[in-house]
Design a protein around this ligand. Structure first.
Ligand code: HEM
Length: 329
């Protein structure tokens, strides 16, 4: 499918008329559209709720692969959280991404079942200096200070699990952890805040994404610059709260999507940011930063977290290998 080919060997319309096709057909005529598929393993793949070894791999469970703790503002829907396996399909055309997920779920019928899924659009973060920064549904540029592919030493330090990081989980070296968090935005309340307040909550201007301390989008914020009432980048501004300077130098690769899942019974949009981030160790990266954010970040008044999951993503595969081979072999 990542080469633009059908899911099965026969194809959507070439097989016997009295059998279900081995491809569902909605991608006929579409290109591969940059399709990538990322697999992850959740803590429950290794041990069930009672801690029992489900598939004889419990001794290889990575140390940091545990259910994420409860954070303030978490109102998790268990039906949008957790899971044994994660399958993420990304493509320039949502039809191609949905086709991939649908066909993998169809092929897995009887062995696996879909627990939950989320369709997103308009990736919210740049991950390369060659991309222009997209916007999230609060209307702000998102990804300005993200870890970029070109920052190879930061990618190595903050994104990939290294040899020797976890003696029990050598199979994960070269992989990463994927944190998924469904942030519902209180869109209608946000939209009634003044432009100045919105910019104070983020700590950057809405137009260019420059820090409130001045300059252009990629100017480093000056957190000590005084304003008329405290620092010009407020103490509870998102970019200050999550900035590496206030979080032991920690960074992570954010790679989320916007989502809109229709409207609620009051006519409000059921929408937000499906936050996805990749990192070397959630215990030292995501968990402390999310805790700090949940306690002091001005944004928290405008969001609630309704879904949450953590997965260990094995390294990419070479020709003739299967996903997670080093774990299962
Ligand atoms: C609805 C939820 C969120 C929204 C709307 C949001 C929005 C933003 C925006 C607009 C920026 C500034 C531009 C940029 O550098 O990308 C930013 C930066 C950042 N965000 Fe978030 N964010 C959200 C959740 C989170 C979460 C859950 C985390 C991690 C726990 C996080 C971590 C970061 C980091 C590390 C930066 C870069 C800070 C820096 O180095 O300057 N964000 N976010």
């Amino acid at each position: 499918m990542t080469r633009g080919l059908p899911a099965g060997r026969i194809g959507p319309t070439e097989g016997a008329v009295d059998l279900p096709p081995d491809d569902t057909g909605e991608a006929i005529g579409l290109s591969a559209s940059g399709l990538t598929i990322t697999f992850g393993f959740g803590p429950a793949l290794f041990r069930d709720a009672r801690g029992r070894d489900r598939f004889g791999i419990a001794d290889r469970q990575p140390e940091a692969l545990r259910t994420l703790p409860h954070f303030p503002a978490d109102v998790l829907d268990p039906e949008r959280s957790y899971g044994d396996l994660c399958v993420q399909a990304c493509a320039d055309d949502p039809q191609v991404a949905v086709h991939a997920i649908r066909n993998l779920a169809r092929i897995g019928f009887g062995t696996v079942a879909v627990r939950w899924s989320q369709l997103g659009f308009g990736r919210t973060s740049t991950t390369s200096t060659s991309q222009s920064t997209p916007r999230n549904l609060f209307g702000f540029k998102d990804g300005t200070a993200n870890v970029k592919a070109e920052e190879t030493s930061d990618v190595a330090q903050h994104v990939w699990v290294a040899d020797g990081d976890d003696a029990k989980a050598a199979w994960l070296a070269g992989g990463s952890y994927l944190v998924a968090r469904r942030f519902n935005m209180n869109i209608e309340i946000w939209d009634r805040q003044s432009l100045g307040d919105q910019e104070d909550f983020i700590g950057r201007t809405k137009a260019s994404g420059a820090p409130l301390s001045g300059g252009t989008e990629f100017t480093e914020p000056d957190f000590s610059m005084p304003g008329s009432d405290g620092p010009v980048i407020p103490r509870d501004a998102h970019v200050r709260v999550v900035h590496p300077d206030f979080n032991d130098g920690v960074r992570m690769l954010r790679r989320g999507y916007n989502f809109v899942d229709g409207s609620d019974p009051l006519g409000g949009l059921n929408a937000g940011l499906f936050f996805i981030a990749f990192m070397r160790n959630p215990d030292t990266q995501f968990i402390p930063v999310q805790n700090r954010m949940a306690k002091v970040d001005a944004l928290m008044e405008y969001v609630k977290v309704t879904g949450s999951a953590l997965f260990a993503v094995p390294p990419g595969i070479g020709a003739g290998e299967y996903v997670g081979q080093a774990l299962f072999a």
